[in-house]
Write a protein that binds this ligand. Structure first.
Ligand code: HEM
Length: 402
């Protein structure tokens, strides 16, 4: 694996707005639990914390051959207030019954506000989670290797659509209420992660490249939160959005609840955006690096819109990725330069954002191309134009074969 020089790490941190004292990759966990939802904690390093109870339960379920039956039973479990289907194995039913509920500290009014923020900024989130978080995940080595060598890694279009279902349900008006779907989607995701922790260590391909024995620790989940949520927050602030303090807090709260539903302990969930940025500086910035798996995943992701003939040029996409992330990441992924597209984005994007903020009343006709760009991108990710919710999240029964 290519190692990241300290100079590269520093310049990446700066470009991602994550400047400050950067810890070396191997630094001990030192994020203060006083900055968490719990306000205190054991100080245990989350790189060594997984999700014990459900991990054991899913391992047993897979080993006794119950995966297909469980997936079939879970198909009809969609809304937060749906009863658990009778065919779900009893041990899993009991666990889901206890876990599929909002944490006691959740604030329903803030959650309702968060979905309103998502509705108002949906295009922005789409781009930030897709190009930003999606492509950034390919330079997070542990995530890239896990995704590549798991079953879903063989069909990135399907996987991207499923991952978007998570964001969609989180952003949907009423998503956290009994009639919404987010709690179910998040808990299905938690089951998938537990299954992957059991399956991936059995993959000789993953074992040959992994620097860990069990994937998807709580630290890894926090890393993904920072490459999506914290990154989106930073960019939105940079572009002049989220000026309203309650909107800002509501957006964070939706992620706090999401992390909790994914099994992250309260002592690791940041209480404020400042605490989140502090944690991100420690867990995300120093670990970014290219890997062969990540490069292949990035290629597949960036080729998706092209393959759908929505008229998107790969040059534009390469340069937009460089614009949102930075040139270090662009170079790591071997993204070919297109200087005309780069100049266009540098000029057009701030104007487009100003229009979306309402600071300019009309969008010059030439800029409507950006709307098309975003639509094309959306269609590519949403499973060849189908509704994301026709792509159910299912527990994998195997790894990527080769
Ligand atoms: C599956 C979301 C963190 C690796 C999924 C799925 C969703 C999801 C919605 C189900 C879709 C599917 O089956 O493909 C999230 C969110 C995260 C997170 C919201 C954190 C905020 C991580 C991390 C890793 C990871 C940190 C690895 C280091 C995987 C893998 C699968 C998966 C390997 C299974 C793919 C398959 O074989 O089907 N995740 N994830 N995820 N996730 Fe995550």
């Amino acid at each position: 694996m290519t190692t990241v020089s300290r100079r590269n790490v520093l310049s990446l941190g700066a470009a991602l707005g994550l400047t400050g004292a950067l810890a070396p990759t191997t630094a001990a966990w030192s994020w203060a639990p006083s900055g968490s939802i719990a306000g205190a904690g054991t100080g245990a390093d989350p790189r060594w914390v997984w999700d014990d109870e459900i991990d054991q339960l899913m391992a047993n379920l897979i080993d006794r051959g119950d995966t297909a039956r469980t997936n079939k039973a879970l198909l009809s479990w969609v809304n937060n207030n749906d009863p658990l289907p009778a065919d779900v194995p009893a041990d899993l039913r009991d666990w889901l019954h206890r876990k599929t509920r909002l944490p006691t500290w959740a604030d329903p009014a803030l959650l309702a506000r968060s979905t309103d923020v998502s509705r108002r900024l949906d295009t922005h989130f789409f781009i930030l989670y897709g190009v930003g978080g999606g492509i950034m995940s390919t330079v997070i080595p542990r995530e890239a290797k896990s995704v590549y060598w798991s079953k879903g890694g063989a069909d990135m279009q399907d996987r991207a659509a499923k991952t978007f279902a998570f964001g969609y349900d989180m952003a949907e008006i009423g998503g956290f209420t009994p009639r919404g779907q987010f709690l179910v989607t998040a808990n299905k995701t938690r089951l998938v992660h537990a299954a992957v922790r059991h399956l991936l260590p059995q993959s000789p391909h993953w074992r040959a490249v992994a620097d860990e024995t069990i994937p998807i620790s709580q630290a890894d989940i926090l890393v993904t939160f920072h490459s999506t949520g914290t990154f989106a927050h930073m960019k939105l602030k940079e572009w002049g959005f989220l000026k309203n303090k309650d909107d800002d807090r509501a957006f964070l709260h939706s992620w706090q609840v999401a992390l909790s539903q994914l099994g992250v302990r309260d002592e690791y969930i940041p209480a404020s955006w400042e605490d989140a940025e502090e944690q991100s500086r420690q867990v995300l910035t120093p670990i970014l690096a290219p890997t062969p798996e990540g490069k292949k995943l990035a290629e597949e992701l960036l080729n998706m819109p092209n393959s759908l003939t929505f008229g998107l040029s790969r040059g534009l996409l390469n340069e937009f990725t460089r614009y949102l992330l930075n040139d270090d990441i662009g170079d790591w992924l071997g993204l070919k330069r297109d200087y005309v597209a780069a100049a266009l984005i540098r000029t057009a994007w701030p104007v487009y954002m100003a229009f979306r903020r309402g600071t300019i009343p009309f969008l010059p006709v030439a800029y409507y191309g950006l709307d098309q760009f975003i639509r094309a991108f959306a269609m590519a990710f949403l499973n060849k134009g189908k509704d994301v919710r026709t792509t159910p999240i299912t527990i994998p029964d195997m790894n990527r074969p080769s």
